[in-house]
Design a protein around this ligand. Structure first.
Ligand code: SAM
Length: 487
C-alpha cells in the first residue's frame, strides 16, 4: 500500500519517527478479522474457530483466519457481528458511565456496528434511536438492527438538524462522525484515493456542524461520545478542544488497563504546526483515547484499524428516565383496517403498543412510545420496536423483523429445521423443499434451532419470504462448512 505523501509527512510529524515507523509497518499487514457475539439474543453462543479475546470486551474475538461469513447462516441470524476491536471500546465507556436506563441517540449510525454494540450494553429499559441521513445506508442499518433482535430501538433517516428540530432529547449521544477515514486505508483502497488535506479540513467543519446540532439534543448532565476512525489531530483533538471551548463540555476519564496499548492526546507528542494554536494547546489537558496500529509494537500484539474516542459531559444534572416513562399508559390500538392483531406472536404482548404504519404493523415497547410519537410528527421513521407484519393485498405476511426478534413467541409458528445446504438456499431466496408432513401456512425455518425467517407452505410448494434485499447474492456454494460459532 502506498500512503499519500501529504498524509505520510503530516502523520510522521504528529506521531514522531519511531511510532510512525511501527504504524507504517502495521499498515502493510493484512487486517485481522474480529467478531462480537450477540449475548443478548444467544447467551450460550461461543466461538468455534480459533480466536483470542479482545482485551476490553469479553464478547469480542480476534480470529486467527478470515472465514467467509457470508456462508454462515448464524451470521445472517444476527448471532454475531463482524466489527474491528477498537470500536468495541464503546462497551467499556457505556459500562462505566451509563448504569441506569437512558435514552440514547446514535447520530451517524450506519452500518450499525456501534449501535448494535450499544444496544447490547445499555442497561435494561434504555431506548436507542439509530439515525443515518443517507437513504441507502439507512437500509443496511435497519437490517443490522433487525438482526440484533432487540425491541427497544427506533431507526430514523434524518440530518442532525432535523433531529434537533424534532425536539427529541437524549441523555447519551454518540457522534461517530463521517471522517477522512485514515483508519480505513488497509481495508478500503478508495479511502486512500479520496484522502487530501482539503478533505480533512472539510471533514473537520462537517464534524463540528454535526456535534453542534447533537449538543442541542443532549439533556443537561448528558454524555456526548465523539469518535472517528481517522488519525489526524484536526478531526480529533482539535475538535474535542472546540467542543469544550465553544459548547462548554468537559472530557471524562475512561478506565483503561496499561496493556490495552491505548494512546492519549497526540498533540503532546513531538511538535506539529498545530501546537501553536489555542485549540491545540488547550487539548493537551484532555482525556482522549486513541487506538493506533503499531503503538507499543511487540510480538503477539493484535491491532484493529484505528479509533479515536472522547467522552464529554454537558453541565447540569441528568434527569432519570424512569420519571418520564412511569406516567405513560399502555395503549393497544385496535386495527383500523379490518385485520385483527395477532398479539400471540409475541411473548408478553401485553407490554406492547400496536401501531399501523402504512401497510405495516409495529409493536412498540412502552419505553419507546412517546419518543416514537414525537419522532413520527416530523422525522422519517424507518422502524420502531418490532415490525410484526405487512399487509399484502387482502392478506398479510409475518415480517422478517419478527422472525429475528428476541420477543417472538416460541409457539407462534410451526418450525422446520433446515440442513446447512437448505439454509444457504433459503438465505439466497431460492426455493426449498419442506418435509412432506409440514402443515400449510406460515412456517418459521431454523438452522441449529436459530430462527432464519419465514416461508409460506402452500402444500405443493413453499414461498420463500426472506427479504429480497438481504439475500445472499453469491452463486458460489462452499464445499465445506466452516463453523464459526456454536450455539
Ligand atoms: C463512521 S460512519 C458511522 C459508522 C457506524 N457508527 C458504525 O459503527 O457502524 C459515519 C456515518 O455518518 C453518515 N453521515 C454522513 N453525513 C452525515 C451528516 N451530515 N450527519 C450525520 N451523519 C452523516 C455517513 O453516511 C456514515 O454512515
Amino acid at each position: 500500500m502506498v500512503l499519500p505523501e501529504a498524509f505520510e509527512n503530516y502523520t510522521r510529524a504528529m506521531m514522531g519517527d519511531d511510532l510512525f515507523a511501527h504504524f507504517a509497518h502495521s499498515m502493510q499487514q493484512d487486517a485481522t478479522a474480529f467478531v462480537r457475539l450477540n449475548h443478548y439474543k444467544c447467551p450460550t453462543a461461543k466461538m468455534a474457530l480459533a480466536a483470542s479475546k479482545v482485551p476490553w470486551y469479553e464478547y469480542g474475538y480476534a480470529l486467527d483466519a478470515r472465514p467467509a461469513f457470508t456462508f454462515d447462516p448464524l451470521f445472517h441470524a444476527g448471532l454475531y457481528y463482524v466489527q474491528e476491536q477498537s470500536s468495541m471500546f464503546l462497551a467499556q465507556v457505556l459500562r462505566q458511565f451509563v448504569q441506569s436506563p437512558v435514552r440514547m441517540l446514535d447520530m451517524c449510525a450506519a452500518p450499525g456496528g456501534k449501535s448494535t454494540l450499544a444496544r447490547l450494553e445499555l442497561p435494561k429499559g434504555s431506548t436507542l434511536v439509530c439515525n443515518e441521513p443517507n437513504r441507502s445506508r439507512v437500509q443496511i442499518l435497519n437490517e443490522n438492527i433487525q438482526k440484533c433482535g432487540h425491541p427497544e430501538v427506533m431507526v430514523t433517516n434524518n440530518y442532525p438538524k432535523e433531529i434537533r428540530q424534532s425536539g427529541l432529547k437524549f441523555q447519551v449521544i454518540l457522534c461517530d462522525v463521517p471522517c477522512s477515514g485514515e483508519g480505513m486505508f488497509r481495508k478500503n483502497a478508495n479511502a486512500i484515493d479520496e484522502w487530501s488535506v482539503d478533505n480533512v479540513n472539510k471533514c473537520q467543519q462537517l464534524q463540528r456542524e454535526i456535534v453542534a446540532e447533537a449538543w442541542q439534543c443532549l439533556e443537561p448532565g448528558g454524555l456526548l461520545i465523539y469518535s472517528t476512525c481517522t488519525f489526524n489531530t484536526k478531526e480529533n483533538e482539535e475538535n474535542v478542544a472546540w467542543i469544550c471551548q465553544e459548547l462548554g463540555a468537559t472530557t471524562l476519564k475512561v478506565k483503561v488497563e496499561e496493556d490495552w496499548n491505548i494512546m492519549g492526546n497526540l498533540l503532546s507528542a513531538p511538535a506539529t504546526e498545530d501546537t501553536t494554536n489555542k485549540e491545540s494547546k488547550h487539548s493537551s489537558a484532555f482525556n482522549v483515547y486513541r487506538f493506533i496500529p503499531g503503538y507499543q509494537d511487540k510480538p503477539g500484539n493484535i491491532y484493529g484499524e484505528g479509533l479515536f474516542m472522547a467522552v464529554l459531559r454537558k453541565e447540569g444534572t441528568v434527569q432519570s428516565m424512569t420519571e418520564k416513562t412511569s406516567k405513560q399508559k399502555m395503549r393497544h390500538q385496535l386495527s383500523d383496517n379490518g385485520q385483527s392483531i395477532p398479539t400471540h406472536w409475541l411473548q408478553e404482548s401485553q407490554h406492547f403498543n400496536f401501531t399501523w404504519v402504512k401497510n405495516e404493523l409495529w409493536a412498540i415497547p412502552p419505553s419507546l412510545q412517546s419518543q416514537y410519537e414525537q419522532a413520527a410528527r416530523s422525522l422519517r421513521v424507518i422502524a420502531a420496536g418490532i415490525n410484526l407484519l405487512q399487509l399484502k393485498g387482502k392478506s398479510f405476511i409475518p415480517s422478517q423483523g419478527l422472525a429475528l426478534s428476541s420477543c417472538l413467541s416460541p409457539s407462534a409458528f410451526p418450525r422446520v429445521e433446515l440442513s446447512y445446504a437448505d439454509a444457504i438456499q433459503y438465505l439466497g431466496r431460492n426455493t426449498i423443499t419442506l418435509p412432506p408432513n409440514t402443515p400449510q401456512g406460515f412456517i418459521l425455518v431454523t438452522y441449529q434451532n436459530v430462527a432464519l425467517g419465514f416461508v409460506k407452505n402452500m402444500g405443493n410448494r413453499a414461498n420463500n419470504l426472506y427479504p429480497s434485499e438481504w439475500r445472499i447474492r453469491s452463486t458460489h456454494s462452499p464445499e465445506n462448512i466452516t463453523q464459526i460459532i456454536t450455539v
